[in-house]
Write a protein that binds this ligand. Structure first.
Ligand code: UDX
Length: 438
């Protein structure tokens, strides 16, 4: 299948390379010339394990290219919208500017039998409105929604071996059949390998994505709320999570208490979902997501308060080492990162904050010039009055408490991700504090 992806950010670039790796001819389109040039040279514009290899192999095989020239789309059959839908600057809803721009850019070059597919996470109702947009421009092309569920850090794997494939199909039978035929061919190998396929209408497919992310966010905030109760009672949230997770109706995943969720998806998706419910006149249906968001934000402030208490009530003149800046390990993405929120807040309160992250240092340097950057944990912790572990990179999980103790001014560790062994750290002379554990 000849596939063009519109938008070569994280989602689009990974999708383009992954689809080329399973034999499709793929054209990645983007308005950013530098990004396109880097991708054509096999250089990943972001940190994602395994991506560069898939990218380079597909380029070498001659099945993948990137361009800013949208007229090239005329030779392709499936056009996949992969642009971002960030939170609006002044409201909770999703900003659809890039989605609209992608469709408008495609319209002049759509071949008669071409199919438009959407992978971006969008508010329910968007696919129907885009179909109207095509019709208003005189285009009769089939449009379907095909949400993605990839996790950063596992993006290639999640694209090539998804838990499920979801089709959101148009009502018109002929249009639906055309879209389905193209989708079935695109995902032929995955479907043959037994990947479950779930099909519904547009609204259903759109809701699958936002419901999945909202459920995951709810699970994290649920366990973080339990962590708050643990802190008030002396219970251990990691043992509670282990025990409830053994019930296979609950399951152990996404029950890691800590400083909460961040990233380019969960925070903005729950807010956009709430905003959309408001527009649909069913605000109360998602009222609980407001609490999910509140619990999540409280955990960040909780760490700031814990650190201030340990420092005797004030950050002024104190040196604080922050281990981690990305919103999760194996990523350089700092969007809505709890770690960076905490680092910035503490810096704003007068501390001398030194951040280190195995992948996000350059990004932090560019985006938060007020934060000092160190090459590694030992350099960051040199002379520190307190150390905060905020992103659970393997490098930090494997830190040597004895060696780290030698470089700090005071051996106080707040483990915001509950990944260190409390006994080992206390034995090495540290005041060790974590989240929801005694
Ligand atoms: C998420 C969804 O998992 C993915 O399916 C969707 O397509 C995009 O959004 P991602 O944003 O890459 O993926 O990150 P995810 O692994 O879900 O983690 C989100 C945040 O939750 C991270 O900040 C992580 O540290 C935090 N988290 C995750 C917890 O605090 N506790 C957990 O138990 C799990």
């Amino acid at each position: 299948m000849r596939i063009s992806t519109i938008g070569c950010g994280y989602l689009g670039a990974v999708y383009a390379a992954s689809m080329a790796s399973i034999g499709h001819e793929v054209l990645g389109l983007d308005v950013d010339q530098k990004k396109v040039d880097d991708l054509n040279r096999g250089i990943a514009p972001f940190h994602e394990p395994g991506f560069e290899k898939v990218l380079q192999d597909a380029l070498e095989a001659g099945r993948l290219r990137f361009s800013t020239d949208y007229s090239l789309a005329a030779d392709y059959t499936a056009h996949v919208i992969c642009v971002g839908t960030p939170q609006l600057i002044d409201a909770a809803g999703a900003d659809l500017t890039y989605v609209h721009a992608a469709v408008d850019a495609l319209i002049p070059y759509l071949a008669e039998d071409a199919v438009v597919l959407g992978r971006s996470t969008v508010p329910v109702g968007t696919a129907a409105s885009l179909r109207e947009r095509l019709r208003a421009a005189g285009r009769e092309n089939a449009l379907a929604w095909n949400p993605e569920f990839l996790r950063e850090g596992f993006a290639v794997e999640d694209t090539l071996r998804p838990d499920r494939i979801v089709y959101g199909l148009p009502e018109d039978p002929a249009e639906s059949a055309r879209a389905r035929a193209v989708l079935d061919e695109m995902y032929g190998t995955m479907l043959e390998n037994g990947t479950p396929l779930v099909a519904g209408n547009y609204a259903t497919a759109e809701l699958v994505k936002v419901s999945a992310n909202s459920f995951l966010a709810t699970k994290i905030s649920f366990i973080n709320a339990v962590a708050e109760i643990c802190e008030a009672t002396g219970a251990d949230v990691s043992v509670v999570a282990e025990a409830i997770g053994l019930d296979d109706r609950i399951g152990p995943k996404f029950l890691r208490a800590g400083i909460g969720f961040g990233g380019g998806c969960l925070p903005k998706d729950i807010r956009a979902f709430m905003a959309r419910a408001g527009e649909l006149g069913v605000t109360e249906a998602l009222g609980f997501l407001r609490e999910v968001d509140h619990v999540n934000n409280r955990r960040r402030d909780h760490v700031v308060n814990m650190a201030r208490k340990e420092l005797g009530g004030s950050f002024t003149g104190k040196r604080v080492a922050v281990l981690g800046a990305a919103f999760k390990p194996d990523s350089d993405d700092t969007r809505q990162s709890p770690a960076l929120y905490i680092a910035s807040k503490i810096s704003g309160r007068g501390a001398d904050v030194v951040v280190t992250d195995p992948a996000a240092n350059a990004r932090v340097h560019a985006e938060r010039p007020n934060l000092a950057i160190a090459a590694d944990a030992y350099e960051a912790a040199a002379g520190a009055d307190i150390v905060l572990l905020l992103t659970e990179w393997t490098q930090f999980k494997e830190l040597d408490p004895v060696r780290l103790r030698e470089v700090v001014a005071a051996p106080v560790m707040i483990d915001g991700r509950n990944v260190l062994d409390p006994a080992a750290w206390r034995e090495a002379g540290w005041t060790y504090l974590s989240m929801g554990r005694p």
